[in-house]
Design a protein around this ligand. Structure first.
Ligand SMILES: C[S@@+](CC[C@H](N)C(=O)[O-])C[C@H]1O[C@@H](n2cnc3c(N)ncnc32)[C@H](O)[C@@H]1O
Length: 235
């Protein structure tokens, strides 16, 4: 079955992104590339309609074939657009906007360029390929409220998925470093990330002359956070 192919090829990372899509939402996927997320959210009946946007024609061609392979019923609810980020959307056109698999700085630039597309009714689902702290710090400055946050492990690599919406939230320094939701609702994936990060930093700090003061401070902060989580002390 075409749908099963689409589902099977979806990474754990994109599966987690799809789970943050509110039920029945109209969804835009910015940088849709292969279009697999579009098919996933429609197949799992999370989305009503989806718009896949990419700034290059080659990915849109691949997305078209992914969608066509999923069958006519799915294809009828997908629109593909060539465009630059949120500029390809009209204000109020969607309820959820996904930006996944791009660097944190690019994600921030895309959102910042068209803030009017992100009203308080919109859920922004972000999956940065790097620099989680930069993304959270930018979101704090942009007055975004975290709705949910998860770490997903795939082939030994941790991926962050963060859902936000415009609104008030008192971002504490530890929210930026460790995640506003992750540190308040620590699950197994978060514990695993703290464990890996602590061991990585301990190895760096143990090498004579290798670690500067920033690395040492980060190592201590990760250790303190890991202890807090292990002892079940609320954030
Ligand atoms: C690394 S792929 C990520 C694909 C998919 N979202 C995922 O997570 O697997 C990034 C895609 O974003 C597209 N892209 C980059 N900047 C963009 C922009 N400003 N507007 C629309 N698409 C963009 C690229 O052409 C590429 O297809």
């Amino acid at each position: 079955m075409a749908c099963d192919q689409g589902c099977l090829r979806l990474s754990a990372r994109l599966h987690a992104v799809a789970e943050f899509v509110p039920q029945g939402a109209r969804v835009a996927d910015i940088g849709t590339d292969h279009g697999r997320l579009l098919v996933e959210v429609l197949t799992r009946r999370r989305a009503q309609r989806v718009i896949g946007i990419d700034c290059r024609t080659d990915p849109l061609r691949v997305a078209r074939s992914t969608i066509d392979a999923a069958g006519a019923e799915i294809a009828a609810r997908v629109e593909l657009r060539l465009g630059d980020g949120l500029a390809a959307l009209a204000p109020g056109e969607v309820d959820a906007i996904v930006i996944a698999g791009m660097g944190a700085r690019r994600i921030c630039t895309i959102v910042d360029a068209h803030r009017d597309r992100v009203s308080a009714a919109v859920t922004l689902i972000l999956q940065p390929a790097n620099d989680w702290q930069h993304l959270r710090s930018w979101l704090a400055g942009a007055q975004m409220r975290p709705l949910g946050e998860r770490i997903v492990w795939e082939r030994g690599r941790a991926h962050l998925v963060l859902a936000v919406t415009p609104g008030s939230w008192l971002w504490e320094p530890d929210d930026i470093s460790f995640g506003p939701r992750l540190r308040r609702e620590p699950d197994e994936s978060y514990r695993a990330w703290l464990d890996v990060e602590q061991k990585r930093m301990q190895a760096i700090v143990a090498r004579p002359g290798a670690a500067g003061p920033t690395a040492r401070v980060w190592c201590e902060r990760v250790a303190a956070e890991w202890t807090r989580v292990r002892e079940g002390v609320p954030a």
